[in-house]
Design a protein around this ligand. Sequence first.
Ligand code: FAD
Length: 483
Amino acid sequence: MSANVQSTIETLKSTFGDRVITPAAASYEASTNQPWSQSCWSSAGAYVKVESAQEVADALAIIKQTDTKFAVRSTGHNFNPGFSSCDETGIVIDLSSLQSREISVDRSTAHIGAGNRWGVVYEWLEENGLSVIGGRDSSVGMGFLIGGGMGAVPNLHGLGADGIRNLEVVLSDGRIVNANHQENPDLLQALKGGGTNFGIVTKIDLFTHPLIKLQYNITLYNPDNYVEINKATVKIQQEMEKDPKIGMFTNYNSAFVAVGLIYADTPEKKPEAFEAFDLLSASDAKISMACETTNGTLLSLAKVMSHPAINLKYDSLTLPSQTFNRRYVGTLTTGFSEELYTIAYNAWRGALKTLPEGVMLHFTIQPLGPECVAAGEAKGGNIMGLDKVSQVWWVFTVEWPQEGSDEASQKAVDSCIDALTASAKSQDLLLNYLCASFANLNQDVIHSYGLENLKKMQEVSRKYDPEQFFQKLQNNGFLLRDA
Ligand SMILES: Cc1cc2nc3c(=O)[nH]c(=O)nc-3n(C[C@H](O)[C@H](O)[C@H](O)COP(=O)(O)OP(=O)(O)OC[C@H]3O[C@@H](n4cnc5c(N)ncnc54)[C@H](O)[C@@H]3O)c2cc1C
């Protein structure tokens, strides 16, 4: 460890005491190994567990004074090494103790500390008869919001970022400011998708909705029936254009295809839109139900979707004894067509053949429609430059249990994305946007928002961080310095 980092740690300790987790601390390994993907487990110089916005400002002041590299961590679900982690030359500012939760007197706003997870937030709100637009997995944290935020039923109220009413932000000069439509509106817009470029978000105020009830199921089909599965997926996407209460995903694995059908209501009779899958469900294409039709809420769905729960069912179909720890993910955004889905299937099948034994490659079709984009615009707009069309946010994920398969695994994801990009382009279905929450660090997220939005973000960055502290000293994270 360099003398500079050592001196930063000593200064941090004088302010934060044993909340500075150094290699000598018993909890150091737990902090190092907190990120969801083992590919992100690197041993930082120290982890600082801050407990208030003022403490974030104090930590930043020390880091700035000593010119030390740093990263910001909410819950560490981002898949990219170095985004919410650092090596021994840097400090991780750990926001997980920012656990405040309050509902405004008029019940229109939920005030949420940046260290919360969606499972806890949903549970607390549901006890109060309320919902907010958050993640589909109970363990994911608030970083979801500043990366875009694809929820369970995106066309109903827009993306997670669109549900932000106000952000409390610590700037590089130590000021703690609010960003909303009245105060610092440019900062608010930039943070709705612009990530970690401008300041550290310590509290988020979200628009509440009366409790959102959901009906959902997850069915596993045989991948050999991909033609029918793709046809039915397209049909449901067409129905989504007429009914914003529909949400869905189609997730291709080597042993099964998991199709999640979600409806933002609890009708007695199944929504007609979902009939597209009836024939398949009645045939031997259906393997089993991973989740029977359930009348529930965002919380119950997020619990089902949270990885340990769903993996229990999936693992029995794949590799029971394996734990998939290392991960690499990639994304692209396209319009939709059956032909494109067949191309994706073939590219994925081809990539599977290149993988060493024990590596799992899967991809997910995540649709949203123009209603989602319009809902965002109605709430003041975000910075992501989304086209107002029906689209798919694709996610290709490779997971492997051991070191040594990294290169082949990553190549497999990249090859699928390249094939799909070329095909979407030739069908005039390729869209510019790359979702920050699903992109890998080789993907140009910042430019995908469009030149006008890039300029806006650069202006906001220069205005609120004139010394460019977040660009110069931050470890990584789709930063403007790389644009
Ligand atoms: C199991 C799983 C399920 C997921 N499901 C969904 C889903 O349904 N929909 C979806 O859109 N995405 C989903 N994601 C992706 C997820 O939204 C992103 O990985 C997101 O970045 C994770 O948030 P986090 O709170 O863990 O952030 P972290 O991983 O801690 O941080 C992510 C990035 O944001 C920065 N950051 C975090 N908090 C702050 C802050 N308060 N202020 C400034 N910068 C900050 C970090 O420095 C880092 O660059 C999922 C990921 C996983 C692993």
